[in-house]
Design a binder for this molecule. Structure first.
Ligand code: ADP
Ligand code: ZN
Length: 785
């Protein structure tokens, strides 16, 4: 089997649901012995159809097949071989199938199962719940590196020639590259010769394969084919576990009474063998992490393993150190791992060499041997939702996995999702409250600044906020400024005709980035030159408006020239390691003002921060999303929690045009419960989560009429067979009508319970999907664009 074929495995994960054809090998083809007894297997493949297929196992494979191994099987009329997972074995051919007509397994790929029976069950649940195929769920669980035997077979890797390195280091090259190309090349240079594939670089640089291909065509990078061993991958500086930094153990603090109470409440579950979900509702700085660490100690002492999920953004060296100080056998799984590195972690976890797995979303599928506990920190974070098939929510999968494995699950947050909160209200989760900060530190005082009254503002800072910054700096404090919008100007408008300059490929306003002197689309990253005149009416002068982090940085530098400021957003943090470097400079006190996007809002723990300024609290408040208020509340509450964490009290100033909006008002008072009490009835009225289930069907394609026509027809078909309890929202244009030249229309189905939705959506083959139209089925959607 060639490398090329292997690379194609698992490609067909696009959300396309084709008409379910009866498997063609039932039809009379040659080489069908009249009667064959023996062993049969059910195999699922990564295709959109959701059935297991039955194959006969030839005698030579009988010893090798077992549930959880992958096999090669013929599929389709031409009988081409595809890879699938064996999910069950039986001695009796399934009813209705003539044994002689069943095709043979062609190859058994794995000497040992890749997944155990619990994971088979979990993936089957995912398929049913998220309305994808079992094969698609399985491919999400087993990392590509494991599937492709990364590190043991020949692969194609990228190399940076010396000439490139030279021009990269002196900077002459960077001027010629796009932002994405810069990020991709940076990922490669940083790897210092560690073997990276195209997919690895795309993951690290958050770019598409076209970016890498462009660099190759321009001769900036080369490719080589070679075989390498798993050990060789240890060269990569991005692999935390490969080169453990010497970490000085730190005496663990004795728990506060509140922390001890929290731990006591979960101890019977930690020592038991049953599913037990907890919601740890603890204010910022209440010491939740310390409680998780103690809980993990208990299960590790019993010889069990723990999985800790944290949002990717919180997977900072600071977080990792806290775990590595306490436990010696820690695996950190983050999105920057290469396929080879991921494969090695997978193997060491599966062979019992790891006690604690810390990672983002996909770490929930870690192949632990004796799982004892799952922790989901910041459980409200929307990044736990995967936005490609299978569109799972890692927190919800975590709870399901804990249930299947019979272990406790700790979901922690200062601002729980309304879903988890209501699960606690209904008694499904045990709530553990930690209402005070450690060492009796007060919650910071939050003041709202009504921007409607600040008439003389020319930049992003009102007089009171500017004064507060001066005062904090004068008192040797540090300052965090949050503005959740990057770029210099957030829009360019024609004062004559009122047209806003948009991306050429998307239906969104382009953002002006001064450092690149370009308009950049935040949806597709396309860049366009600043037009000399209005593209619509030709007027010669365009108005640049709105403030992003780039402009705020300039304002701050002008206003506070004697204090070092640093911007943290995805533009300045493109080069890997810059994140750590910026935080280290802030921690050391060299940097006095840290400003940036939500990147700085979460998880940071710096005792000397005495002022947090929220430059525009309204950024997310008016988005067409039923969670807009919840997100605004969370962001303001979380960033407010970054101050007052040391000996000195903290202060928070929040600039807003909507000081009376409940999300902002309650966040200012640190009053989660009042916010929830106000927000829940609105959710109930719309049958939105947590009161109802939502499935979003998004159709997209380049021809607007065809996309719209298809979704209209699909809606009519669904209406005709829908249960009366299902409510239809739409079909209508999606909030962003066009992304990357594709038009988007959506339909939301809402229902008080999930069953009628699932029954309705099990078969979406009628009307058939027209050519060049894609349909995405999103259960419990999080992103509503
Ligand atoms: P949270 O995750 O709830 O925001 P952390 O666990 O990060 O809170 O704790 C906040 C700060 O308090 C950290 O600096 C942590 O080291 C410190 N801390 C936590 N528990 C204790 C304790 N029992 N005694 C002293 N300091 C503590
Ligand atoms: Zn665009």
């Amino acid at each position: 089997m060639s490398v090329v074929n292997e690379d194609q495995d698992g490609e067909d994960s696009r959300p396309r649901r084709r008409h379910v054809r009866p498997p063609s090998w039932f039809g009379g083809e040659d080489e069908t012995p009249a009667v064959r007894g023996g062993i049969f297997v059910e195999v699922v493949v990564n295709r959109a159809f959701d059935q297991a297929l039955t194959y006969h196992v030839p005698r030579k494979f009988v010893a090798g097949v077992q549930p959880g191994v992958r096999v090669r099987v013929p599929l389709g009329k031409r009988g081409g071989l595809v890879t699938g997972y064996c999910v069950s074995i039986s001695l009796i051919p399934p009813e209705g199938l003539e044994p002689g007509r069943i095709k043979d397994v062609a190859e058994v790929l794995d000497p040992v199962p890749l997944i155990d029976s619990k994971m088979l069950e979990l993936t089957r649940w995912m398929a049913g719940y998220y309305l994808c195929s079992w094969g698609q769920a399985l491919d999400a669980v087993v990392p590509a590196g494991v599937r492709k035997h990364a590190g043991t077979r020949i692969g194609t890797f990228l190399v940076v020639p010396d000439e490139t390195l030279k021009t990269w280091r002196d900077g002459t090259l960077e001027k010629k590259l796009t932002a994405k190309q810069t990020a991709a090349l940076d990922a490669l240079v940083r790897a210092e010769g560690a073997p990276l594939t195209v997919a690895d670089v795309c993951r690290r640089a958050k770019c598409g394969p076209g970016v890498v291909d462009g660099l190759r065509k321009d001769g900036v990078i080369h490719t080589v084919k070679r075989r390498l061993s798993l050990d060789e991958s240890r060269k990569s500086p991005d692999d935390e576990a490969a080169a453990p930094a010497p970490i000085e153990p730190k005496a663990k603090p004795s728990l506060t009474p509140e922390q001890q109470q929290a731990l006591d409440a979960m101890t019977p579950a930690l020592q038991g063998d049953a599913f037990a979900p907890f919601l740890v509702f603890g204010v910022t700085g209440s010491g939740k992490t310390e409680v998780y660490l103690s809980a993990i100690e208990q299960v590790v002492a019993r010889g069990r393993e723990a999985i800790v999920l944290v949002p990717e953004i919180s997977l900072t060296p600071q977080t990792i150190r806290r775990f590595k100080r306490r436990f010696s056998r820690v695996a950190v799984l983050h999105s920057h791992l290469s396929d080879v590195e991921r494969h090695r972690h997978w193997r060491s976890i599966a062979s019992g060499e790891v006690d604690v797995v810390v990672g983002a979303r996909s770490a929930i599928f870690a192949p632990t041997r004796r799982l004892g506990l799952i922790v989901v920190d910041e459980e409200h974070e929307s990044t736990f939702k995967q936005e490609t098939v299978p569109r799972y929510h890692a927190r919800d999968v975590a709870v399901k996995r804990a249930q299947l494995e019979g272990v406790p699950a700790l979901l922690g947050s200062a601002t729980p999702s309304l879903e988890s909160w209501s699960n606690a209200e209904r008694g499904r989760y045990t709530r553990i409250a930690m209402p005070s900060r450690v060492e009796g530190r007060p919650m910071p005082a939050v003041e709202l600044i009504d921007l409607r009254r600040e008439k003389n503002m020319t930049g992003g800072l009102s007089d009171p906020l500017r004064d507060a910054i001066h005062r904090a700096l004068d008192d040797d404090g540090q300052v965090i400024l949050l503005l959740n919008r990057r770029g210099y100007n957030t829009f360019v408008i024609c004062p004559k005709c009122g047209e806003v300059v948009k991306c050429k490929h998307c239906d969104v306003a382009a953002t002006f980035h001064k450092s690149r002197r370009m308009l950049i689309c935040h949806m597709c990253d396309a860049e366009r030159a600043c037009p000399p005149a209005c593209p619509s009416c030709g007027a010669g002068v365009l108005h640049y408006g709105g403030i992003g982090t780039e402009r705020l940085e300039r304002e701050v530098r002008m206003e506070f020239p004697f204090h070092e400021a640093r911007r943290m957003d995805s533009d300045t943090m493109r080069r890997h390691g810059s994140h750590e470097e910026a935080l280290a400079a802030f921690k050391s006190g060299d940097v006095r003002i840290l400003l940036g996007t939500q990147m700085i809002a979460k998880g940071l723990d710096f005792p000397n921060v005495t002022l947090v300024g929220v430059v525009d609290a309204d950024v997310a408040l008016h988005l067409p999303d039923f969670r807009a208020a919840e997100r605004t509340f969370q962001l303001v509450a979380q960033v407010a929690g970054r101050t007052g964490r040391g000996q000195r009290p903290g202060r928070v100033l929040v600039q807003t045009y909507s000081p009376e909006s409940p999300a902002i008002l309650h966040a200012a008072r640190h009053d989660y419960e009042s916010f929830v009490a106000q927000e829940l009835p609105q959710r109930a009225a719309g049958l939105a989560s947590p009161y109802g289930r939502i499935v979003r069907l998004l159709a997209r394609g380049r021809e607007e009429a065809r996309v719209k026509g298809y979704l209209d027809d699909l809606t009519a078909a669904l209406r005709s067979k829908a249960d009366a309890s299902v409510r239809f929202w739409g079909p209508c244009p999606a909030p962003v009508l066009k992304i990357k030249e594709e038009f988007r229309f959506h339909l939301q189905l809402r229902c008080a319970t999930a069953a009628p939705l699932r029954a309705l959506l099990r078969d979406l083959s009628h009307p058939p999907l027209p050519p060049r139209v894609e349909l995405a089925v999103d259960v419990d959607p999080v992103v509503m664009l």
